[in-house]
Design a protein around this ligand. Structure first.
Ligand code: BGC
Length: 402
């Protein structure tokens, strides 16, 4: 059914494009919505259970791309950050109850999200607690080098962290979980690990958070970086939000400027574009999934000052490109990473690239909260989509077929 639809769609796009180019001189460029750029970002079109990328969505048209970061690589960076911390720690200090076991609790985030899965896997692989599943409760006994002594590692508890309203990656749920864990597990807890900074900061909000227990997050949000500086958070991982936000916009700019082929994912990204812009950080393009990805870096007490807020990419300057209109969805207005890091970066770089952004923000649980405001589509030149559910891509694309 989808195949037939895709074939019809391709015919429609081809006809639309022919019609558009034929009538271009006479009536100005008329491009059907189905032929306009569509960039998915931060939430990759994928199966929430298996994590498999939905290539039917990614092949919607030749202007469809995903911009994110290297999720698997990031999980490994997070695991390494924790292992490095343990290797240089004093076992007598880390093992709070002296039972010879390093116990940790894990905030998972969203069990149906690729990024969350990759981080759970990276952490468990590094600590030897991985048994092939990213589900809560599915860890085995592991071991790690703690200051030169090989010690047992046990995942005492883990939770997805779903809010009362159904939203995922929920920081309040993490505060509640930490309250309960600190009460029920006491000084068996030697480490707290969280798949994002929002939940890590949520754990630190628990009134009974065990003082001095190391805690790791992910995202390098401004408040988390400051918490590292203040000695409250032990480490986090930067997924290079500036590179991702700029790349999302740059790919749109390139497509709207008529670039094709490799230029779409190279200009302004790995080589200067016609305006002299180029993202400073490294990005990698995976053609098989049409995914443009930023690299991750570990952040801890040794380098946190390099990640303090306000450091924008000097490689991106004001252009004189023609102004274009883009509608962009954000799955949850309350998501810590998107609201405190990603959206501010978009708002900084979009005017430099002369992209006029209309941002609609959802509630993190109902697709309709974004979809119902994904409207007036004819008046936009391009679409940037952050879905509530990672397998909702077609709900948006279906609205572009006319
Ligand atoms: C971030 C999370 C965020 C999620 C939203 C992830 O890449 O690390 O903090 O909640 O994206 O989709």
């Amino acid at each position: 059914m989808r195949k037939l639809f895709t074939v019809l769609l391709v015919m429609a796009v081809v006809c639309g494009t022919l019609f558009a180019s034929g009538s271009q001189e006479a009536a100005g460029a008329v491009v059907g919505n189905a032929a306009k750029p569509v960039i998915f970002f931060n939430r990759q079109p994928s199966d929430p259970t298996t994590g498999e990328i939905q290539m039917d969505v990614m092949e919607w048209n030749d202007k469809t791309y995903y911009v994110g970061f290297d999720a698997a690589g990031g999980g490994a960076v997070q695991g390494q950050l924790i292992v490095d911390y343990l290797a240089s720690a004093d076992p007598a200090v880390v093992d709070r109850n002296g039972d010879g076991v390093i116990g940790y609790v894990l905030c998972i985030g969203d069990v149906g999200h690729n990024d969350s899965k990759a981080r759970t896997q990276g952490i468990r692989e590094a600590l030897g607690t991985w048994n092939g599943s990213t589900d809560p409760g599915q860890a085995v006994e592991g071991s790690a080098n703690v200051g030169g002594t090989q010690m047992k590692v046990v995942e005492l508890a883990s939770m997805a962290m779903t809010g009362l309203d159904g939203s995922t990656w929920n920081a309040n749920a993490a505060t509640d979980a930490m309250l309960n864990w600190a009460t029920s597990l006491g000084n068996q807890i030697d480490m707290v690990i969280s798949n994002n900074d929002g939940m890590a900061m949520g754990c630190l909000q628990a009134s009974n958070y065990p003082e001095g227990v190391p805690i790791f997050g992910y995202d390098a949000n401004a408040d988390a970086i400051e918490a590292i500086g203040a000695g409250r958070l032990t480490g986090t991982v930067s997924q290079n939000v500036d590179a991702q936000a700029t790349a999302t916009l740059q790919v749109i700019r390139n497509l709207l400027d008529g670039l094709t082929g490799n230029d779409v994912i190279a200009k302004g990204i790995t080589e200067p574009d016609q305006y002299g812009n180029k993202i400073s950080a490294d990005m990698e393009y995976l053609p098989e999934t049409k995914a443009l990805l930023a690299a991750n870096t570990g952040v801890n007490a040794s380098n946190w000052t390099e990640y303090q807020a306000g450091a924008r990419d000097a490689g991106i300057k004001q252009t004189d490109a023609e102004t274009k209109r883009v509608i962009l969805t954000i799955y949850n207005s309350a998501d810590n990473f998107l609201s405190s890091s990603y959206v501010p970066a978009l708002q900084y770089y979009a005017p430099l690239l002369n992209l006029d952004l209309t941002i609609v923000q959802g509630d993190g649980q109902n697709e309709a909260s974004c979809l119902d405001r994904f409207t007036n589509l004819n008046s936009f030149d391009a679409y940037a989509i952050n879905m509530v559910k990672t397998n909702s891509g077609w709900d948006y694309l279906d609205k572009l077929q006319y």
